[in-house]
Design a protein around this ligand. Structure first.
Ligand code: DP6
Length: 352
């Protein structure tokens, strides 16, 4: 499949419209870190789609007004975000030929705390892409639900790479992998349900808010630093290779190996940051304290509590609902919560 498939129809009729959409965030297990031109990932990634952490977006389109974008985040006007969206819309005109023919008023709200440091770009661009596809159906005619979702994923990717995975529930793969039939660098695909052991379908993700507020280095800058990182090629290769054991683990329900692989991926992501030039570290003291406590807890109890990290200090605590969750939740509340800034924790579950 090529980008040609996503080119927009030249026959369209625009009218004033308001559409609304909602899109969840996602957390990667095998990480995307490093990309080429046009948002092509350096390696495939796989993520869990979350349930409660979402962005709700309404998009008002005023036909035949000069092209402009106004954005409001939780009711407050955000000029910088509007500039970013304007640039994004100009970039995707080939795929939605009507897109520059009107004025947009975009209102967006996250269900998770604004200052939490939880990446809102995945759910944010996911929701915008869904709104655009709704407008496209009205202006250019309906396509099948499958085609529309795939194009929404394609468009979301051009806004923020990880966003393309948020269009689907369950486990989602973005990036060409020999191990996943139909996978592509251009859009995400759902990992086949029949290939996932039940233990991985009822999972918690509790996000410990170790550091609220702005990150010192953005993901975009971080991806860029992989271009000169001497370990980058080895890392990309390893991520590709990790799909082999991941496939086997997901099928057989091997929790021990799942934990090992997911934690290894998280630590590798942060190791890459430390090996960048200039180096940077997004983990905080609390991040390391929590990781060590999780390892001690696992050694002492053998219970399946483990972590992953995104490009920030917060710790995503992962654990299945398999009978041990009450003991794990008590441990989190009594031992781990103290390492957050303001007792901050966002309790989510994976969406299947
Ligand atoms: C560490 O998708 O935020 O969360 O494509 O530049 O918008 P851009 O980057 P972004 O990077 C996410 C990186 C990550 C890993 C992942 O989600 O796979």
């Amino acid at each position: 499949m090529t980008t040609q498939e996503f080119l927009g129809k030249q026959n369209f009729t625009i009218t004033n419209q308001t559409v609304s959409e909602s899109c969840p965030s996602n957390i990667a297990l095998i990480k995307y870190w490093g990309k080429y031109a046009d948002q092509i990932p350096a390696n495939p990634s796989i993520s869990y789609t979350l349930n409660h952490c979402k962005t709700n977006t309404s998009m008002e389109f005023l036909a035949d007004e000069p092209f402009s974008v106004q954005t409001f985040l939780a009711g407050n006007e955000e000029v910088k975000f509007a500039e970013k969206i304007e640039k994004y819309f100009k970039n995707i005109e080939h795929y939605l030929p009507w897109i520059l023919k009107g004025k947009y008023i975009i209102r967006t709200e996250n269900t998770f705390p604004h200052s939490s440091g939880i990446a809102s770009s995945a759910s944010g661009f996911g929701a915008i892409a869904k709104c655009l596809m709704k407008l496209d159906e009205t202006f250019s005619g309906k396509s099948s639900e499958e085609e529309s979702l795939r194009k929404a994923s394609f468009l979301a990717r051009l806004g923020s790479g990880s966003a393309c995975r948020s269009l689907y529930n369950g486990l989602v793969v973005w990036g060409k992998s020999e191990e996943v039939v139909g996978s592509s660098d251009l859009f995400a695909v759902q990992y086949p349900d029949a290939e996932i052991h039940d233990i991985f379908k009822n999972f918690n993700d509790w996000v410990l808010l170790i550091h609220e507020g702005q990150k010192s280095v953005s993901s975009t800058v971080g991806h860029g630093l992989m271009k000169t990182n001497p370990y980058a090629e080895r890392r990309f290769q390893e991520a590709r290779e990790n799909f082999v054991p991941m496939k086997e683990i997901l099928k057989t329900g091997n929790m021990e190996e799942f934990i090992r692989l997911v934690e290894h991926e998280a630590l590798t992501l942060h190791a890459m940051m430390m090996m960048s030039e200039p180096a940077f570290i997004l983990m905080k003291t609390g991040t390391l304290e929590v990781i060590n406590k999780i390892w001690d807890f696992r050694r002492e109890t053998g219970l399946p509590l483990f972590f992953t990290l995104d490009a920030g200090a917060n710790v995503h605590l992962l654990f299945p609902n398999n009978g041990s969750e009450d003991q794990i939740k008590t441990f989190i509340e009594t031992e781990l919560l103290q390492h957050t800034q303001k007792n901050g924790v966002v309790k989510d579950v994976m969406k299947f």
